[in-house]
Design a binder for this molecule. Sequence first.
Ligand code: FAD
Length: 438
Amino acid sequence: MLTTHETFDGVRGAVITPDSPDYPEAARTPLGDSRPAVVLRPRDVDDVRRAVRAAAADGRPVAVRGGGHSFARLGTVDDGLVIDLAALDGVRLVGSDRVVVGGGATWGAVAQALAPHGLAISSGDTASVGVGGLLLSGGIGWMVRAHGLALDRLVSAQVVTAAGDLVTASAEERPDLFWALRGGGGGTAVVTEVELAAAPVTTLTFGTLTFRAAEAAEVLAGWATHMRHAPRALSSTVRLANPFAGGVDAPVEITVAALGAEGATAVEPLRRLGTLLSDGVAERPYVDILEPGAALPPGLRLTVRSGFVAPHRADDAVAEVAALAASPQPAAIVLHALGGAVADVPADATAYSHRDAELMVTTFAGGPAAAFDGVLAGVDGVWSRLAPHVQGSYRNFLDDTSPEAMAATHSAATQRRLAEIRASYDPDGVLGRVGRAR
Ligand SMILES: Cc1cc2nc3c(=O)[nH]c(=O)nc-3n(C[C@H](O)[C@H](O)[C@H](O)COP(=O)(O)OP(=O)(O)OC[C@H]3O[C@@H](n4cnc5c(N)ncnc54)[C@H](O)[C@@H]3O)c2cc1C
């Protein structure tokens, strides 16, 4: 029988096994520890091809890791193989507004590289999040209403298929694969490089306005009404009931990210929604508004769930969220205002299924492992109250990998088309042999 190192003999980059000194670091993601059998760290695109071929022959579950930030821990796998793309972290500007980015780069590196050229790409709120995972499932960032999802900026992708072939996907070349990569999530191919279209952006009017918890219902309703009609230059979120800021007594936090004079003007009415406790809104460079990111402290567990709100359910959903924020429950509740450029793209043009949503609701709750069942029960209670008002869920804000939960991230038509495309590029399901880390 071959040893692990003989099995992955062709791979030039690191082959890390439980007896390697690097194993504890290689097995860990920002969301916690895991126990992969092997972590392969290909050093370039050819090495990714070798790693994928070796993984296909090996037969164990495979996890591809970009930035490792999946709440569902999809960037790692217990007892299986991790293909960690960390070395493919290049970012280079090509032409006046195009950037070519490695499949293992982070959005912070992209923002840093683009800033000196007066360019930016709306991605997410955190610098350490990986380009690969965020892009493949959506990318709801601070300019989402102005510029759309991060995946809407994808021009082409270079991928390694399950057979180890290096191919390009774009509107002209393999449009079916290009469609699947824009919203289908991981599991179709290994993305080694993407070309993205950046937008001219230097600064935004950015920051957080806080209001009294007792005024949550009026402030939230006023925010939702304002955002429904606001120019797309304004993107915004609201956070309520943050357990680290007092739970039911936590202030309502409206964060705004506004482009140009039109966006800044649209912020003004939000300041008058209630009793303003603090105003941290100022003009800031885009690159500075991304949070650096942090690992979950050892021993803590986190649960993240999301759902989308259609325009005709928005008023009821907002009222329910305000009522939940005033009730004892364990989660911070965040609303993202959507619409704008997200809704410009036809529903079936990409594998992202939620173009028509006006809002997205997300809950974040955590606690020590010993008390986590209670947290989960509390979060279940929140979602049973939200259920009549929401549909589907956002693959990037989800920690449940059950088939039902994963299915809810796509429409039925998208699920069918994705399954067909995956079957043609990965007939043996090599990249779909996803296991679970817990
Ligand atoms: C602190 C934090 C803040 C966040 N903020 C936002 C936000 O503002 N907006 C938002 O939309 N999302 C946000 N997210 C969610 C984030 O988009 C997802 O967790 C995303 O999946 C992370 O991508 P990753 O590459 O870091 O993760 P990984 O765990 O490495 O990968 C996630 C999935 O993508 C696949 N994948 C990753 N890279 C590749 C690749 N190159 N080729 C093929 N498959 C790949 C993996 O196999 C896995 O299935 C946040 C997450 C965290 C932890």
